[in-house]
Design a protein around this ligand. Structure first.
Ligand code: KE4
Length: 427
């Protein structure tokens, strides 16, 4: 008789590519059989074999208030009892738009949709429609969902156009995307000097969370803002992950930079599909049916999903919420660094708000190249040892981690006990 997770994984692979509905979940980077989760509460998950885990993935960000928070579950149940979907305007959409514009002041108009991919794809199309230009700039190591224009890797030279990073993306499409090095303001200046008049927009994770956690270097975001303003390009902050995690107003509030457009997701859905694209009124007025840039969605602004998002944002706004989750993330990072030091392992960690990064490297990386110097095989051994001890980290050395309001001192203590053994095993 196979263990239940293995049995479910075998069945899943018979009918779902790699047995998963999003690649990272397949555990291909770390190896082994992924747990099939059955229920969650607060900071904890239970798998199909009844094992309990402390959750540091939080569904890749959304569960910042903790799993199955009563206020969120009740809001969803009440909304679902009224209707699941109309495909027509609802008051909940008005409430969400007003809330987002209040919490993120750079949002003058906002369009709700269902995924971060949709939000980034729409922001790119808006930048192109607003400027009449085609070139988009992104940064290596940043992920903005799986729209064709954004599945692009660096070209042969820093100023040349990109090549597809996925099969199925035409070279002609990738050629309109330039990929630069994150935190390299000199490259940005050189590109704008050479091709500024061709650039429709720059999209950036203001704090990078998809190459593990990498903080913006001093002056980097300011350089993007200055170059885009100078050349009339649209500055897009992809805050799908950083929104309400780095700070309630997002990384833009923390670093004091006003982007032209912002994408949001994850937390604003509280675990259900909600995302948003918004920003300057003159740009957002280009979107259909006001303007010529088409965008649409059957379940955009879904009332049940918005009930989860609105209830979550209400919790996030509560006094002391951000302070508590930031303190928890700091405590985790400091504790892990101390355990690694005790084990004599090259390791570093850092947090910003409720996001954190763990690195098998002496000091936190400040670029994609430095992230690639991390000891990924050692992370994989550490990951497996922690999972076996009931601690669920992101199943990749190249992902940020997350805490929630529900994580408490007992969770941190259990995590550090598991880490003491796991660092020794990963040595
Ligand atoms: P979705 O389409 O997955 O809702 O959002 C795409 C996206 C856009 N922008 C940023 C900054 C993101 O982090 C994401 C999605 N993040 C990944 C985590 N690395 C989602 C997990 C997954 O792909 O399964």
């Amino acid at each position: 008789m196979k263990p239940r997770n293995e049995e479910l994984f075998a069945r899943a692979q018979a009918r779902i590519p790699a047995g998963v509905n999003s690649p990272v979940r397949a555990f291909r980077a770390v190896g082994g059989t992924p747990p099939f989760f059955e229920r969650a509460s607060g900071a904890h998950l239970w798998d199909a074999e009844g094992r309990r885990y402390i959750d540091y993935v939080c569904s890749w960000g959304p569960m910042v208030a903790g799993h199955t928070h009563p206020a969120v579950v009740e809001a969803v149940q009440a909304a679902a009892a009224r209707a699941l979907s109309f495909g027509a305007p609802t008051e909940a959409e008005v409430q969400m738009a007003e809330t987002l514009c209040r919490l993120v002041p750079s949002l003058e108009l906002v369009r709700l949709l269902s995924s971060g991919t949709e939000a980034a794809m729409t922001a790119i199309r808006l930048a192109r429609g607003f400027t009449g230009r085609s070139v988009i700039v992104k940064f290596e190591g940043c992920y903005h969902g799986h729209a064709d224009s954004l599945l692009v890797k660096a070209g042969s030279g820093a100023l040349t156009f990109g090549h597809p990073s996925s099969a199925g993306v035409p070279a002609e499409t990738a050629a309109h995307t330039v990929v630069l090095d994150y935190n390299d303001a000199r490259q940005v200046a050189a590109l704008f000097d050479a091709r500024g008049a061709e650039i429709a927009g720059v999209i950036v994770e203001p704090v990078a969370g998809n190459m593990n956690l990498v903080l913006p270097a001093p002056g980097f975001l300011e350089a993007l803002r200055e170059q885009c303003t100078r050349q009339g390009a649209v500055l897009i902050f992809d805050e799908v992950m950083t929104g309400f995690r780095v700070a309630t107003g997002g990384a833009q509030a923390r670093f004091g930079i006003r982007p032209d457009l912002t994408t949001l997701g994850k937390v604003i859905g509280g675990g259900l599909p909600v995302a948003a694209v918004g920003g300057r009124r003159d740009i957002m007025q280009k979107i259909a049916p006001l303007g010529p840039v088409y965008q649409a969605g059957t379940l955009s602004g879904n009332p049940v999903a918005l009930a989860a998002g609105l209830a979550t944002l209400e919790l996030v706004e509560a006094p002391g919420f951000q302070e508590r989750v930031a303190a928890t993330a700091r405590s985790l990072c400091e504790g892990l660094a101390a355990e690694a030091k005790r084990a004599g392992i090259a390791f570093s960690s850092q947090s910003i708000g409720s996001m954190f990064g763990l690195y098998f490297r002496e000091v936190p990386p400040t670029s994609f190249a430095e992230v690639m110097q991390c000891d990924a095989p050692r992370f994989n051994r550490f990951f497996a040892a922690m999972l076996a001890r009931g601690v669920y980290l992101a199943p990749s050395a190249y992902e940020a981690g997350f805490v929630s309001f529900a994580h408490d001192a007992a969770d941190i203590e259990q995590t550090l006990r598991a880490a003491r053994e796991s660092f020794a095993l990963a040595a």
